[in-house]
Design a binder for this molecule. Sequence first.
Ligand code: SF4
Length: 284
Amino acid sequence: MKLPPRVRVHKFARYYYCAEESRLRIMGVQPFYKEGPLDTRSPIVKGNAMDSWLKERPRDPSELILMSKLNKFAQERGWVQPDEFRGTGTDFYFPRSIEYKAPGSRVYDLPGTEIDSYTATMEIAAHPDDFTVVWRETTVEDAELDMKRVPFTQIVEYKSTEELMDGEYPWFKRSQAEFQLKLYGWVMHPLLKEMGEIMDKQMWLRVYSFNGLLLKSYSVMYPGDEQIEKEIRYIIDVWSGKEDPIIPNEFKCKVCNHSFKLGENPQKEGCRIWASNYTFGIRK
Ligand code: SF4
């Protein structure tokens, strides 16, 4: 199966909601956003208003320097088009490509038959919501900078919601948001290095109410390029059919858009993952 050559980070992170839903979305079976103007009361519109407001926040001198460097770096490379995204985030974007082995034609029921494959490239495009700067004591590897304290760049993701559930941002939303942050880290790590900046392992997921109140702040640690690359490859393998997708939680299927459930009895047959709940006896 041929996957698109370019996927935005937030669509990638949708894998943590449902592998099949994310695959169908990146393949364009269902547009990610509704056509036409949005209802002003929709969570997307309210969330975007929050993101724009947060972008206008006052910045300290270190942040101002970083933001102008990021802007210049992206402008010089032409990473500026906002594409189909309906959210906000930065006005520029940052890409990082990954090569992977895509399966060609797959031959079933023939044990020992090789599946032919070809090398494909996918560009993963990041529009991080925000960046901030912390100053830390130098480590041995930074010592050549000849400074006692150096600026570290932290990546920030904003989410907004009506209210928390039992005092927390619901786990099924949080896992997507945290993975989104880590993907931003994977994209930004080499680029920040090229800019002469140091990416901090510490990242932030900040959850706001729709009227601008900070509800919760989660610290997210970047696990390193190798770990994230492994996860990216696994997701690509699921999307391209080399790996089996994990069956999503039933409540997700209940609210899943009908256009993802093709077939006569969509609730039971339309989605192959949903159907496999019954086929393989995992659910009674
Ligand atoms: S019905 Fe369930 S498994 Fe199928 S796409 Fe929707 S959420 Fe995913």
